[in-house]
Design a protein around this ligand. Structure first.
Ligand code: ATP
Length: 352
């Protein structure tokens, strides 16, 4: 079931929570809504769910206008950050709940419910916990049961609002992979809200980056990461070093450094963004974008993170493989030169 969001506008008093949002979720895809706190992700999800009414605009499910369809008739499943499973019911009964409360005329038989619940519990790999109570489960297990429960009624659309937000980092990481695998198996159209870049990039087919009530960019994770469409997206997706310069013709110049651009965003003052792992650390000043003194060395795991203080008071961050770091024999206080492997360039606000 595809979802189409057309010209959605939503205010809370004078505050514009969503400003003319347009978006299509393809049938069967897993789409992440990513953005900082307050950007409007949850509001958009609630409008898709029918828990919130837009001031103007439309929501279409499979081409049909559902803007004013009641939440109970939209056939959506939810998983929230704190999903309240019924504490007095077993895992089995929690998952079965949506089926047992159906009107008698369309309620499946006891055997059908049993088969379905066991199938779902197998799908979320927790069939061995069928007789347990929610208080006996870990946070991660609870969220998997919550998901099984929301899938029991075969929703056309699955909506997840920070479903792993309350879990610790390790469990979160495991569940991300698990959700990706699960989605590959069931292909229900899903919209997933998160403020965690890594989570959005790892889990989803496409990512929607939002800021201040509007969409900044929509694309496949790789596309968004490699070709961010704006300074906001570039900075939101991860650590980045900033360099101020100019674009003249097809050349970017930053101090003495010149770089030929393959894609030219225009002419005038510009900001170049380079990710720490896209800075090559060298002993030679040739073609250097910046030079400085090594101020900090963090050597944790397979990479080494260097902080390099430049003459003009800037601190740059470079990440290099441990092996390269050893080969270069870099020590604190030494001079190094930095060359970019890849830059994202945008014209400065206000142009010239
Ligand atoms: P978070 O990750 O913090 O939940 P979000 O991107 O999901 O952020 P929303 O919950 O959609 O953001 O909220 C967007 C803005 O709208 C926020 O500034 C919020 O305070 C405001 N807002 C949301 N719901 C209401 C409401 N019912 N009444 C007034 N303001 C609201």
């Amino acid at each position: 079931m595809s979802i189409e969001i057309r010209n959605i506008q939503k205010r809370f008093g004078d505050f514009v929570a969503l400003d003319n949002v347009n978006l299509t979720v393809q049938s069967g895809e897993l789409l992440a809504l990513l953005g900082p706190s307050g950007c409007g992700k949850t509001t958009l999800l609630r409008i898709i769910a029918g828990l919130e009414t837009p001031d103007s605009g439309q929501v279409l499910f499979g081409g049909e206008d559902t803007t004013h369809t009641h939440v109970s008739e939209r056939e959506v499943g939810f998983v929230f950050q704190h999903y309240a499973l019924f504490r007095h019911m077993t895992v089995f009964d929690n998952v079965a709940f949506g089926l047992t409360v159906k009107p008698r005329s369309i309620r499946p038989s006891k055997e059908e419910i049993r088969d379905k619940v066991l199938k779902l519990l197998k799908l979320v790999q927790l069939d061995w916990l069928a007789d347990a109570y929610p208080t006996q489960l870990s946070g991660g297990q609870r969220q998997r049961i919550a998901l099984a429960r929301s899938l029991a009624v075969e929703p056309k659309v699955l909506l997840l609002d920070e479903p792993f937000g309350a879990l610790d980092a390790k469990v979160r990481k495991d569940l991300r992979r698990w959700l990706r695998d699960l989605h590959d198996e069931i292909h229900v159209t899903s919209v997933f809200v998160t403020h965690d870049q890594e989570e959005a990039l790892e889990v989803s087919d496409r990512v929607v980056v939002m800021d201040h009530g509007h969409i900044e960019q929509v694309g496949a994770p790789d596309d968004i990461y490699e070709h961010p469409a704006s300074p906001f997206v570039t900075q939101f997706l991860g650590d980045v070093n900033l360099f101020h310069g100019r674009i003249d013709g097809s050349h970017l110049t930053i101090g003495d450094y010149a770089h030929r651009l393959t894609t030219v965003p225009g002419e005038g003052r510009a900001v170049a963004y380079v990710r720490p792992h896209d800075l090559i650390v060298s002993r030679s000043p040739e073609d250097a974008l910046a030079s400085g003194t090594v101020e900090h060395i963090h050597a944790v795991g397979p990479v080494v993170r260097l902080e390099v203080a430049t003459g003009d008071g800037q601190t740059l961050e470079a990440v290099l493989a441990k092996e390269t770091y050893r080969e270069l024999g870099i020590a604190l206080g030494e001079a190094v030169h930095l060359k970019p492997k890849k830059v994202s360039v945008f014209l400065s606000e206000g142009g010239d």
